[in-house]
Ligand binder design. Structure first.
Ligand SMILES: NC(=O)c1ccc[n+]([C@@H]2O[C@H](COP(=O)([O-])OP(=O)(O)OC[C@H]3O[C@@H](n4cnc5c(N)ncnc54)[C@H](O)[C@@H]3O)[C@@H](O)[C@H]2O)c1
Length: 152
């Protein structure tokens, strides 16, 4: 079975990736824990978009896992193993303001969460293609800290 694993699957970029890959793989595994709602409030909830992709794509399976939760990720990767041929990693804390306000949460999602996915891929499906959509949040976090200390 050919599987594409898409993180942040009910977010803006992730849900477009689901639409694009749904007819190219036997199964799409989506990971998204609706952290978007925690970050940006009820109006930013993924629920409507999740319902939309679930109704459009019968081969879509959703997992409400936090990408910082290594144990849950490991269970998923062990279950599907080398059937996973593609990972599109879009789960993220994407806000500049949030990165400045709470760099530890930002780092834990964008850096540690990404490392979890890379390591699970290396251990369980090393031949899979890994697409990472993140832009420059880590650099932004660092630059914000420099700016804050300069202005102090
Ligand atoms: N939107 C753009 O125009 C754009 C452009 C270039 C790059 N990017 C990058 O693409 C990535 C995704 O951006 P987006 O606009 O789709 O953001 P988004 O907020 O719409 O989607 C991110 C998804 O990740 C989920 N998520 C957040 N933390 C999670 C966690 N700990 N565990 C599981 N799921 C979690 C959220 O619930 C959300 O649905 C970001 O890294 C962003 O910097 C976005």
């Amino acid at each position: 079975m050919k599987i594409a694993l898409i993180t942040g699957s009910a977010g803006l970029v992730g849900s477009e990736a689901v639409s694009f890959f749904a007819d190219k793989f036997d199964r799409i595994i989506g990971i998204d824990n609706n952290y978007r709602e925690v970050l940006f409030g009820a109006n930013a909830s993924i629920e409507w978009n999740l319902k939309r992709i679930q109704s459009l794509y019968q081969n879509y399976a959703h997992y409400s896992i936090d990408i910082r939760d290594k144990k849950s990720l490991e269970g998923l990767y062990k279950e599907f193993s080398t059937d996973i041929e593609l990972i599109v990693h879009t789960a993220a804390q994407p806000s500049h303001d949030w990165a400045a306000k709470d760099p530890f949460t930002d780092f834990s999602i964008n850096a540690n969460g990404t490392l979890n996915l890379l390591e699970m891929t290396r251990l369980h499906c090393p031949e899979a293609v890994f697409i990472f959509t993140s832009t420059n949040t880590l650099i932004r976090t660092f630059m914000n800290k420099v700016a804050i200390s300069r202005n102090a």
